[in-house]
Design a protein around this ligand. Structure first.
Ligand code: 6PG
Length: 237
């Protein structure tokens, strides 16, 4: 499903409303809401809206559990850290129990960090699959999402939930297709004319997840939503 908004601001308010709606449904259904946050810059305004009093007080934060779809291997205080961005914009401003926040800690060896994070997920989800109630994802201009980059070996992973991504600067850790495709809802947040060409290729072009990894996000028992602004949608007929 594709929703086109006038600008990043209205897109962000809608993404915050989606988070709130999914949280209320999940907490009513199972007593908890398990979300995986996206990195990069686009989601920042969504997170800031969720921290706004008008939104903050509509979520039972004590029942929310936060993970990340990927992370750069930098210290938490590094401005490139996805966890730092989400904490600054949202998590430092809401009453979520600290032990419900699970950043991907990767300051040294990405492979060891990936193994550690998979253990965190498996401990949390128990024997079951990593059924996130909501996963926010971004879209890179090369078609990457999370840290699943075109033609990268991480795209071929079929059993591990978390893998290391070498070859990028800094190296990264990312959830894999087997993990991301267990989600109940995936919401891509895409803003700006710079994403127009890749968004058209991803949504209208031939399906080739090795070339455009975002096309590999196809939850078996879940829905994919695209929240985009007019700039990003400017190449769609
Ligand atoms: C990251 C993200 C990455 C991001 C896209 C879009 O760690 O960078 O996981 O997948 O979502 O690159 O980034 P922007 O939102 O900054 O355009």
């Amino acid at each position: 499903m594709l929703w086109i908004f006038p600008d990043l601001e209205t897109l962000s308010r809608a993404a915050a409303a989606l988070f709130i709606r999914q949280a209320q449904r999940a907490i009513r259904r199972s007593g908890r809401f398990v979300v995986a946050l996206a990195g990069g810059q686009t989601p920042r305004r969504t997170y800031e809206w969720l921290a706004h009093p008008a939104c903050r007080n509509t979520v039972e934060w004590e029942a929310v559990y936060v993970f990340w779809g990927d992370e750069r291997c930098v210290p938490l205080e590094d401005p490139r850290s996805n966890a730092r961005m989400a904490c600054e914009a949202l998590l430092n401003h809401v009453p979520i129990p600290p032990d419900h926040i699970h950043p991907i800690v990767c300051e040294g060896d990405p492979a060891a960090a990936a193994v550690r994070y998979e253990a965190v997920l498996r401990r949390f989800f128990g024997e079951g699959p990593p059924r996130f109630d909501l996963v926010f994802l971004g879209l890179g201009e090369d078609g990457h999402t999370a840290s699943l980059f075109p033609f990268h070996p991480a795209l071929e992973e079929r059993t591990r939930w978390v893998v290391e991504v070498e070859g990028t600067l800094p190296p990264r850790v990312t959830l894999t297709f087997p993990a991301l495709n267990q989600a109940r809802r995936v919401a891509f947040l895409v803003s700006g004319a710079s994403k127009a060409e890749i968004l058209k290729e991803v949504l209208r072009g031939p399906v080739d997840p090795r070339r455009r990894p975002a096309q590999g996000i196809r939850p078996a028992a879940g829905r994919v939503l695209w929240l985009v602004d007019r700039g990003a949608a400017s190449r769609l007929e």
